[in-house]
Design a protein around this ligand. Structure first.
Ligand code: PLP
Length: 360
């Protein structure tokens, strides 16, 4: 009996265990020195001036919007193809997420559709690096600057991804990352805001700490508890040491799948752009739910692409979302856990080939 292949599983080693144990032994489990070191490690890795750790990427996105003063009456542009958290972060601050179709080549915001969606209430553009692929950041930044809009990048799934040599999350005013358990490195749950703007950094710091910059009981502005924890940071620091190797490995994994599937009729993969690091190898087929069931029967877990946000019961929206709908209808993510071997990939690809053959 072959082992069950999960679509994604966190990967830990003795180094992770030791770092967390050391933190527990120190009894410094609130946010303290380890969190500061983790923030510094992420800022240095992505090439940002500063980073602020928060409990999740959803909170990172919402705190970024709060730092920009976004609230009721404001509109924020969000791609229709994303995990629902992108839109939810906008709703959390009382603003309106305006859903926009994607470019099927980048799987990110379509700049033409973006421009057509601008209104006098638009304040922010929130491009998503979907599965580590860069949206057209040059066009998006040019449009945003021309219209006086701020840019908050949802780089939840893009740690390790670059475009033109520049890291995800560092093109806009603020960038946000996730460290939940499905990510390339994980702290269980966790998020990070990066920015080059010291004023925005200070606002996020205040927002996460009840409106203050220290632990005194004096609160110049309203803030909340978006603190991180040194327990999470201990794990994050150990995981950061594995990140460079995992980025190389993720690209290799994608290539293993691409090489074995390129000649299979009815199965397509997108090219792997220079610098991009798609964490989940994704393929496009005409009946992903059927493929999913076939693979599950063979002990292989997959995940279907997200339904377009405009179809979610909580966001029912009208509009032209043809490209998101077409991509979402065909996309499926294949196993991507860090322990996969080439033999596992051969097994998955063989099962996909058999699925195609028995349908002829
Ligand atoms: C594109 C995108 N944005 C935001 C999030 C939210 O991240 P978190 O779970 O850290 O809140 C996710 C989660 O996977 C995501 O995929």
């Amino acid at each position: 009996m072959s082992t069950y292949l999960y679509q994604m599983e966190p990967a830990f080693d003795d180094d992770d265990v030791e770092e967390v144990a050391e933190c527990v032994r120190s009894s410094w489990v609130i946010e303290a020195q380890r969190t500061a070191a983790f923030e510094q490690a992420v800022a240095e890795y992505v090439g940002a001036a500063c980073a602020v750790a928060v409990p999740s990427c959803t909170i990172a996105l919402a705190a970024s919007l709060m730092a920009l003063g976004i609230g009721p009456g404001d509109e924020v542009i969000v791609p229709d193809l994303t995990f629902v958290a992108t839109a939810n972060a906008v709703s959390l601050v009382g603003a309106k997420p305006v859903l926009v179709d994607i470019d099927p080549q980048t799987l990110g915001l379509d700049p033409i559709a973006l421009e057509q969606s601008l209104t006098r209430r638009t304040r922010v553009v929130m491009p998503v690096w979907f599965n580590g692929r860069a949206p057209d950041m040059a066009a998006i930044m040019a449009l945003a600057r021309a219209h006086g809009l701020a840019v908050v990048e949802d780089a939840a799934c893009a740690l390790g991804s670059r475009c033109c040599g520049q890291h995800a999350g560092t093109f806009g005013d603020l960038g946000c990352f996730s460290f939940n358990t499905t990510k390339i490195i994980t702290t269980g749950t966790g998020g990070m805001v990066v920015t080059d703007d010291p004023e925005l950094r200070e606002r996020v710091e205040r927002l996460k700490n009840h409106g203050r910059l220290d632990r005194q009981d004096y609160h110049p502005v309203i803030g909340y508890n978006f603190h991180f924890s040194d327990l999470l940071a201990a794990l994050g620091l150990a995981q950061m040491r594995k990140l460079p190797a995992r980025v190389v490995w993720k690209r290799e994994l994608y290539s293993w799948y691409a090489r074995r599937l390129e000649a299979v009729p009815g199965v397509t993969m997108l090219p792997l752009p220079e610098g991009a690091c798609p964490w989940y190898p994704d393929v496009f087929v005409d009946e992903p739910a059927g493929l999913r069931a076939w693979l599950e029967e063979r002990g292989i877990q997959t995940r279907l692409y997200f339904p377009p946000v405009h179809t979610q019961p909580c966001y029912q929206a009208e509009g032209d979302f043809a490209d998101t709908a077409a991509v979402s209808r065909r996309g499926i993510w294949l196993p991507a856990a860090a322990y996969l071997t080439q033999a596992d990939v051969v097994r998955v690809c063989q099962a996909i080939i058999e699925w195609q053959e028995q349908r002829r």
